[in-house]
Design a binder for this molecule. Structure first.
Ligand SMILES: [Zn+2]
Length: 508
């Protein structure tokens, strides 16, 4: 979105033209597309007071399969770990009528009484005004909500969003943890009108369809539209003078993929290297998981805490300092970058397009993304490189745990009491090895057939562990209960078990 122009009041940045993917895809477009809810958000951002103030209208479609008389919005900025961050809501209406709304004990949940039953598949329009104060300390939850006026902003989970719905659990209202990835919502489309001072380049989910500069106030109003997604996440890069942001762009599999880096983080060749990795990876993922609906994808430098990368709807954040630790585009930096970026790109589908609860079943997101990363690198760089990635990046930490006599259950929720290092090795490491064990058991073709079936059935929907297990069992025509339980539900894995999977990787 570097098309800002000071010579006129209005500048239209048209959406990028869509070209057909170069690889055949087994996925009929929109074959399983539910009728989505849609958000319309009109908000002003005032950086000095850290305030996002505006109005939100949700055209809600009751896709829960049940009659509902109450709705629950998540106000994640009220989480205790955000300190002075907050979201306040007022003037709540449903279909134009004022309704009762109250914060539950966990102030991240707003309950509102609709006032009548909403039948399944029926709609209701919920409107509210809201004010979010972006926290001044943002070291919890990976730093996904924070920033400062002179550097820029990372805005995830910044507006009231309807809680995620699980068929077997109901509304997901668990308090966010200090480790967790709170974002968990059903797919919806978003129309955003975002006004902010003309010091920032606004990047993120969806496509910019219009950008208006007010030369009197120096405010820029950006209008963004999205395809279905589970969040609406923005990066505001500080851009006060020409050339302060380096942008590199490339058309990949019909999408405009754009890397945006502040000049002081833009190592020579780094943007091009990111795009090369994306070009190796995105067409493969489209073949494996179906079309990536957004025809714009941003890869943006971000200041993160405890993560090298985070993926959102149509935007990937990379912590360049954490990836390029030696300050140059060395082999080591490229190795790290490849693993992190291929992993984050996997999240565009897992659990972006294909939903699951990353807080309760993190292995479905992280373990699966990790093994898919290894397999994508194998396609692009051969089995030797992939084998090294599997052993060092994926299995290494978990192996070290086992060597010190510690194992644990992979499929367990993240809580405030979690030993997060151990939990991470289980979710990312043991989880990935479990999926690799399944691939070796049913064969490569059945594994990818199972993944494709899973990705088709739960496209824009929410899945649970059993859904994924069933997809692999159906594809392999085999009962995988014991294998699944061994890797994901039990804690009796030995070094020999892991060694067998690592040895088997190259021959399957
Ligand atoms: Zn991840």
């Amino acid at each position: 979105m570097r098309r800002r122009c000071r010579s006129g009041m209005l500048l239209l940045a048209s959406a990028v033209a869509v070209a057909a993917s170069s690889l055949p895809s087994p996925f009929p477009v929109d074959a399983n597309m539910p009728d989505h809810s849609s958000y319309t958000i009109d908000v002003d951002f005032e950086p000095v007071s850290r305030l996002l103030a505006g109005e939100l209208v949700l055209d809600w479609r009751n896709n829960t399969g049940q009659v509902q008389e109450s709705l629950y919005f998540r106000l994640y900025p009220n989480a205790p770990h955000y300190g002075d961050g907050s979201t306040g809501v007022s003037e709540v209406t449903v279909d134009g009528q004022a309704v009762d709304a109250r914060l539950l004990l966990d102030r991240t949940v707003l309950e509102l009484n609709i006032g009548h039953d909403v039948e399944r598949d029926d709609r209701a329009e919920i409107a509210m005004t809201f004010e979010t104060v972006v926290p001044s300390t943002s070291d919890a939850s990976f730093g996904i909500l924070g920033g400062d006026p002179g550097a820029g902003w990372q805005l995830a989970d910044w507006f009231p969003i309807l809680a995620g719905w699980e068929d077997d659990e109901g509304w997901y209202l668990d308090p966010p943890t200090r480790f967790g990835d709170p974002t968990y919502a059903d797919s919806a489309t978003f129309d955003l009108e975002f006004s902010a001072p003309d010091d920032y380049e606004v990047l993120g989910s969806g496509a910019t369809v219009e950008e208006t500069v007010n030369l009197v106030t120096d405010q820029v109003t950006t209008i963004i539209e999205t395809s279905p997604g589970r969040d609406l996440t923005l990066s505001l890069l500080f851009d006060d003078e020409a050339g302060s942001i380096e942008t590199t762009e490339r058309s990949i599999a019909g999408s405009a993929v754009r890397v945006s880096l502040p000049r002081d983080e833009a190592l020579p060749g780094l943007g091009a290297a990111m795009l090369e990795i994306a070009a190796e990876t995105l067409p493969l993922y489209e073949t494996w998981f179906g079309e990536h609906h957004d025809r714009e994808l941003d890869i943006v430098a971000a200041s993160l805490s405890g993560a090298s990368g985070v993926s959102w709807h149509g935007i990937v954040w990379l912590d360049v300092d954490a990836i390029a630790r030696d300050g140059q585009l060395s082999d080591r930096t490229l190795d790290t970058l490849r693993f992190v970026l291929v992993h984050e790109l996997a999240h565009q589908w897992i659990a972006g397009i294909v939903g699951s609860n990353n807080n309760d079943h993190g292995f479905m997101t992280e373990g699966l993304a990790n093994i898919v990363t290894v397999l994508a690198i194998r396609e692009a760089h051969g089995v030797e490189v992939a084998d090294r990635v599997l052993r060092t990046w994926v299995a290494g930490g978990y192996l070290a745990m086992l060597e010190s006599g510690i194992d644990g259950v992979t499929d367990a929720p993240v809580t405030d009491e979690s030993d997060i290092v151990t939990r991470s090795q289980l979710i990312y490491g043991k989880g990935a090895l479990g999926f690799e064990a399944i691939r070796q058991a049913i064969g490569n073709d059945a594994f990818f057939a199972g993944l494709a079936a899973y990705a088709t059935e739960y496209r824009f929907q929410v899945s649970n562990p059993n859904d994924l297990l069933n997809a692999f069992e159906d594809a392999g025509s085999v009962d995988l209960d014991d294998l699944w339980s061994f890797w994901f539900d039990e804690e009796r894995t030995t070094l020999a078990d892991v060694d067998a999977i690592l040895t088997g990787f190259a021959i399957h």
